[in-house]
Design a protein around this ligand. Sequence first.
Ligand code: NAP
Length: 335
Amino acid sequence: MKVAVVGATGLVGTKMLQVLAERNFPISELLPVASERSVGKDVEFKGTKYKVVSMTDAIAAKPAVAIFSAGGSTSLEWAPQFASAGITVIDNSSAWRMDPSKKLVVPEVNADVLTADDKIIANPNCSTIQMVVALQPLHKKYQIKRVVVSTYQSVTGTGKKAVDQLMGERNKAVAGKNEEYPMAYKYPIDLNVIPQIDVFLENGYTKEEMKMVKETCKIMGDDSIRVTATTVRIPVMGGHSESVNVEFANDFDLNEVKGLLSSAPGVIVVDDNATQQYPMPMDAHEKDEVFVGRLRRDETQPNTLNMWIVSDNLRKGAATNAVQIAEYLVSKGLL
Ligand SMILES: NC(=O)c1ccc[n+]([C@@H]2O[C@H](COP(=O)([O-])OP(=O)(O)OC[C@H]3O[C@@H](n4cnc5c(N)ncnc54)[C@H](OP(=O)(O)O)[C@@H]3O)[C@@H](O)[C@H]2O)c1
């Protein structure tokens, strides 16, 4: 089928092309799309060069599906135009996630909500995706009441400019190079930790934190789950990490928790204190799974678990999740 990748020159778009190729998604014609600045440039897919086309040319070519990773405002403007041409849009931005008429999907959790009528499907925020993949099997068994999450997020979640800032700062500090680099953040990120992701809201939380609160309930289909989040940027590239404290309505057995997670789709348990095995972003990098470890009881209150969740934010947090949605649509004949 014809597939458009919108934002094909960006960090997520590049990863999207890689994941589509690796998973052998059935593509007869690829339409890479980016801003007017990039039209005519080449991108590579499966060893072949493809020319970047404009939005209007992509719509005119009538692909079956368009996977968008080009920012919220681009998506708000263009996704409806693709949809009204009969093209199914899978959107990585935050533009449609909380729109009650749009589905917000993590295939391991709620792919079954999708129908052929869904023409704009939202891909959740990266930090939410990896958390719900690990929470879902536990929620089914023990019923989650409350989640307290603190994140340790990779600079790749901000895009190319942030990677350039981190590497520029590092080259300056370590190699003494005095090359120009862009500032994606207000502050240095190398040798630093920034406790702000996205803009501040009226309630004192950041938009990223409130995304984790709202998206978790929507994906898991349960508004009774209370989530409170602190989202933090750290000078790391391989993936996002999360310290998650979960209170359940019902008590659990730690070995049973490990068993449930080990057999859950998309989850790999890495949890052995004796050999110091736990998930780390350098190991999750370039993998599609969600890694869970440091499983232990919170000894300060009943029915409460502490866990550590790591995943590659550009893969499961963005590209892989979007491609899995497309694969599900194909497998159910919904495209
Ligand atoms: N990075 C993550 O972990 C992550 C995770 C989930 C979702 N997302 C979302 O994915 C999107 C892209 O993120 P990124 O990290 O890949 O950013 P990025 O590296 O800055 O790439 C942005 C892409 O969007 C294209 N673009 C920008 N304005 C456009 C326009 N008006 N029309 C068409 N294309 C346009 C750019 O094309 P040019 O090269 O021509 O400028 C580029 O291909 C964002 O919405 C982000 O929120 C990111």
